[in-house]
Design a protein around this ligand. Structure first.
Ligand code: FEO
Ligand code: CA
Ligand code: CA
Ligand code: CA
Length: 674
């Protein structure tokens, strides 16, 4: 038994309230805690979903073995799909090669020490590839080109698994017993944790991002350029600035930063995206897990409701960083959590650039931050908020993208309108503006300024009546068609009275993907239509939808998470949580989005035990596919991991970016048998 309760999910963090509170609930709590007025019933917009005759008849899903699997049958893309695989090595479709290209601990700068799990330090980690690689972006070199053989990989390092990283982190708990304990007895963990300052400092340095120059030689072999001036680590201690409506606000100020404009580092960087001007935006997701002692604030404290909504814990945090750094103890520093949960923009082509937390994009458990240029030139940033019953967002810049003047675009993300999505049961939808002073977003309702609106974007979403979704993950516009895809990973807490057309399954174990068409193809607009693209699961079960393909024609898939597109606009889908619900490791799948093969899901790649697949991205001509295997072996311990991939022997598992190529190293990946 792992010492952590993973709740069937790698994040160990789905501890936010997850209650699907209505605005009445939230506002009532907030206002009574602030000693203000009582809320009269019916005086505010209700956020509860209405259930009016779902167009899709769906039942609860179960985790059962899978009936059909189209192994060996070539689909529209021309490769032979693989089967569900639960083995100890990754598997890729025939005709392709793969390699663990960048592993946790690999040197990414000249002079960096080699990986040695027995001799880890923050100083070494700051020159090495970080832990738990997630989102990847390929940024061509030179900047502005569409180079296929030379670029920068920008990679998020979401979190650390100290129980898998450090030999001495866990010790056996003498109080633990395998004998059954009473149902109402507190759980006794099998292991005790032993964080030291050296371990915590190494963990801080293993978080953040890496920027790594990579190059392909004429033989088709890729390598890291170790002495590149671009190579860089951003960590949980790298200085970052705050811009936009929350910059300088009193709630952003701490003892260490009385300006509210200078933050120490970034945490839990999960998904992200790139801008049309060649910068990147990295999303901070489950930041609540680093903070402790919520109860010390007292339930009437102004910060309490905000922190509780994100699931900041009472008592010690699991990581116990608060024992070494006061800023992680909300009893000491109640505002520090407000400085996380943002999208961070930085310029990977300028290694001296200071990352900026762009608060206009709102604060939540961020995913995505993918961009699209609207017909009139505004830049639109789509982002999910990954928690059960949370919302999908987009941000539209006030000013227009200038393709001829890169510098003129560099602060575009500070001014604009943040919207949250409402999905109507009739297949239409609205983008509801989160603008201070409009509608319910007034001082009387607890929003004193736009800073409050963006800091408490979730409360603002409640207030305007946004639709509570099944864990919104990646959210991305198809560059070929302009249609937008919202990935809902799963939600095992949705009950029958919470079902709506956009979240049509109770106990949604397998997740789904919604396709959005912005009205008049205007991504800056406020209305859209939507339809279900995929209801994932075992296709043999009646509650799934695979574009109308029959059960034996498609690959089983569960818990879709990250997406990307190839040059033809086919949708590539990576998963996080498959083994909980289907008998196989997480994987990478592809489905055409248009034409006769629309919705025809085929499995292309399979991961290793304990590891999710994340961050898939192609180079421009699709001759290289980079994809992360994150947290391989999670669920085990340093002594007994679930896998030792990729090194084997006595090495710990190493989260790694996998490089996939066709056998002919310059041919297109996934487009035939290579
Ligand atoms: Fe870090 Fe929501 O995945
Ligand atoms: Ca994610
Ligand atoms: Ca993506
Ligand atoms: Ca995920």
């Amino acid at each position: 038994m792992p010492f952590i309760d993973y709740e069937g999910d790698k994040h160990r963090v789905l501890s936010g309230n997850g209650r699907g509170d209505t605005f009445q609930d939230v506002l009532g709590r907030r206002l009574s805690r602030r000693g203000l007025v009582k809320v009269a019933a019916g005086s505010t917009a209700a956020a509860a979903v209405s259930v009016t005759g779902p167009r899709l008849t769906v039942a609860a899903q179960t985790a059962t073995p899978v009936a059909g699997n189209p192994v060996g049958r070539v689909g529209a893309l021309g490769f032979e799909p693989i089967a569900l695989d639960a083995g100890d090595s990754p598997v890729v479709a025939p005709g392709h090669t793969m390699t663990a290209f960048l592993r946790w601990g690999d040197p990414i700068m000249s002079g960096a020490p080699g990986f040695d799990p027995a001799a880890q330090s923050a100083a070494a980690q700051e020159m090495q590839f970080g832990y738990n690689c997630d989102w990847i972006e390929f940024m061509p070199l030179p900047q502005g080109s569409d180079s296929n053989d030379h670029g920068l990989l920008v990679v998020n390092h979401e979190y650390t698994n100290p129980e898998l990283m450090f030999p001495g982190y866990l010790t056996a708990n003498p109080e633990y017993t395998e004998a059954p304990v009473a149902d109402d007895a507190p759980p006794v963990p099998e292991f005790l944790t032993n964080p030291t300052k050296e371990i915590v400092d190494t963990e801080l340095a293993a978080h953040g991002l890496s920027v790594v120059e990579v190059r392909r030689d004429e033989a088709g072999a890729w390598r890291v350029v170790l002495d590149s001036p671009y190579n860089r680590r951003l960590t949980a201690t790298t200085p970052m600035s705050v811009s936009g409506p929350a910059a300088g606000n009193a709630r952003m100020q701490t003892a260490a930063d009385t300006t509210g404009r200078e933050v120490t580092g970034t945490l839990n960087n999960c998904a992200g995206g790139k801008t049309p001007w060649g910068t990147v935006i990295s999303g901070e997701e489950n930041f609540q897990q680093y903070f402790a002692n919520l109860e010390a604030l007292g339930a009437d404290a102004p910060a309490y409701a905000s922190h509780e909504r994100f699931g900041i814990t009472e008592g010690s945090s699991e990581r116990r960083w608060e024992e070494f750094y006061e800023r992680f103890d909300v009893a000491q520093e109640p505002n520090e959590p407000f400085r996380y949960g943002w999208g961070i923009e930085f310029d990977p082509y300028d290694p001296e650039s200071t990352p900026k937390k762009r608060t206009a994009l709102g604060r939540n458990k961020h995913e995505g931050h993918t961009s699209f240029v609207a017909p009139e030139g505004q830049v639109v940033i789509y982002s999910g908020d990954d928690e059960r019953f949370e919302y999908a967002y987009k941000f539209v810049t006030a000013d227009r993208f200038n393709p001829d003047d890169r510098a003129a675009n560099l602060d575009l993300l500070d001014e604009g309108t943040l919207y949250v999505a409402r999905f109507n049961d009739d297949g239409t939808g609205e983008w509801l503006p989160l603008v201070h002073g409009q509608g319910e977003l007034t001082e009387a309702n607890g929003f004193a300024s736009q800073a409050d609106v963006v800091i408490d974007a979730r409360f603002a979403g409640d207030a305007v009546g946004a639709t509570k979704m099944d864990r919104p993950e990646d959210f991305e516009a198809n560059p070929v068609t302009g249609k937008v895809y919202l990935v809902l990973t799963n939600n095992n807490q949705r009950e029958i009275d919470q079902v709506d057309e956009a979240n049509p399954r109770i106990n949604n174990l397998h997740g789904h993907i919604i396709e959005i068409t912005e009205e008049n193809d205007d991504h800056a607009g406020t209305t859209f239509t939507w339809e279900m693209f995929l209801l994932a699961g075992d296709p043999a079960q009646g509650s799934t939808y695979f574009g109308g393909f029959s059960r034996d024609e498609v690959s089983p898939i569960s818990s879709p998470d990250n997406i990307t597109f190839d040059v033809d606009g086919n949708l590539w889908i990576s998963t996080d949580g498959m083994p909980n619900n289907l008998p196989g490791n997480d994987g990478l799948f592809v489905a055409p989005t248009e034409g006769e093969a629309r919705g025809h899901v085929q499995q292309f790649f399979s991961s290793v035990p304990g590891g999710e697949v994340s961050g898939p991205v192609f180079n421009p001509d699709n001759s290289a596919l980079f994809v992360s295997i994150q947290h391989p072996g999670e669920g085990g311990t340093y002594k007994e991991p679930m896998t030792r991939w990729p090194d084997g022997g006595s090495a710990p598992p190493r989260p790694s970016v996998v490089l996939i190529q066709a056998r002919d190293g310059t041919a297109r990946v996934g487009n035939g048998r290579g």
